[in-house]
Write a new protein. Structure first.
Length: 256
C-alpha cells in the first residue's frame, strides 16, 4: 500500500488542501486545524455542516503568518496576535479552550457569513478535532462508494489525513481499514495506532470545493454501512512514532 493523498487545513472548516508531505508529531499532523472560527454569541465553534460556504475559503499557515483567500476574492493575511483572552466554547457537546487572536480574519468572515465571528487558536492541540487526530481512508472504500452513488466521489469530502492506496489483493477490499482497529500502520517515517471507526455526518454531502450540497453521500453510505444510529466511513488513529510522511510513501500494516 502507499499514501495516495495527504490532506489538512490550518483553519477548521476551510478547504481541505492536498499536501506533498506532513510532519506527524505526538499530537497529530503539524499545522492541522490550528485555528477555528467561533460564534461568541452562541459560545461555540462554527460547524461546517451549518456553514458550508467555509470550504470555499483557502487557508495557508507557515512562518507565523496566516493567509486566507475568501470566496469573494478578498485576502486576509498577517500574523495572528494573541490576546490572552481564553474562551471556553462548545465543540460538538464538549468544552474546548481556545484563545482569541487579533487580525483581519474575524471581520472578513463576519462580513462573509452575515453575523459576528472571531478567529481563535487552540490552546492545546486537538481542541477542535472530533476523535483521534489522524484519519485514514482507502481507495477501495472510495471506489465502492462511487459505484454505489453512480458518480465519482472526491475523497476530500471526508477530510481525512491520509488516503491510502490499496494495491495488493488483501488490502483492495472495500473498508478493509475497519480491520485495522487496534493495529499499527507505518506511514513513511511515522507510525500510527488505529483507534476506531469514524462516524460521519451530513457535511460529506457538501462539495469540497464550492460548498454546495450536491449529492446524497451520507444517505448512500447509510444504505450499506449504518449500524444502529451511526454511519462509519474510514478510521482514526493516534501517533505512536512521530515522523515525516510524503505522498507516495509506503503504508505498512503491523501485526494485530
Amino acid at each position: 500500500m502507499r499514501v495516495e493523498r495527504i490532506g489538512f487545513t490550518p483553519l477548521k472548516g476551510a478547504r481541505h488542501l492536498a499536501h506533498d508531505s506532513v510532519e506527524l508529531s505526538a499530537t497529530g499532523p503539524t499545522g492541522d486545524r490550528v485555528f477555528c472560527l467561533v460564534d461568541p454569541a452562541r459560545g461555540r465553534v462554527l460547524r461546517t455542516v451549518e456553514n458550508p460556504s467555509l470550504v470555499r475559503s483557502v487557508a495557508r499557515w507557515g512562518t507565523g503568518r496566516l493567509r486566507v483567500d475568501l470566496p469573494d476574492g478578498r485576502r486576509a493575511e498577517g500574523e495572528p496576535r494573541p490576546t490572552g483572552e481564553i474562551l471556553k466554547v462548545d465543540y460538538w457537546g464538549r468544552t474546548a479552550a481556545v484563545e482569541r487572536v487579533d487580525g483581519p480574519w474575524g471581520g472578513a468572515f463576519s462580513e462573509l457569513l452575515g453575523y459576528d465571528v472571531v478567529l481563535t487558536r487552540s490552546v492545546e492541540a486537538g481542541e477542535v478535532v472530533y476523535g483521534a487526530p489522524v484519519t485514514l481512508l482507502t481507495t477501495a472504500s472510495m471506489r465502492l462508494l462511487s459505484e454505489r452513488l453512480g458518480r465519482e466521489v472526491d475523497s476530500a469530502r471526508f477530510r481525512s489525513t491520509f488516503l491510502v492506496g490499496a494495491d495488493d489483493p488483501e488490502a483492495a477490499v472495500p473498508h478493509v481499514e475497519d480491520s485495522w482497529v487496534g493495529r499499527e500502520v507505518r506511514l513513511g517515517a511515522a507510525t500510527v495506532l488505529v483507534r476506531g471507526r469514524v462516524p460521519r455526518c451530513a457535511v460529506v454531502d457538501v462539495d469540497p470545493d464550492d460548498g454546495v450540497v450536491d449529492a446524497p453521500v451520507l444517505r448512500t453510505i447509510a444504505g450499506y454501512r449504518r449500524e444502529e444510529s451511526e454511519v462509519h466511513f474510514g478510521v482514526d488513529a493516534v501517533v505512536v512514532a512521530p515522523g515525516t510522511v510524503h505522498a507516495g510513501d509506503t503504508a505498512v500494516l503491523g501485526r494485530g
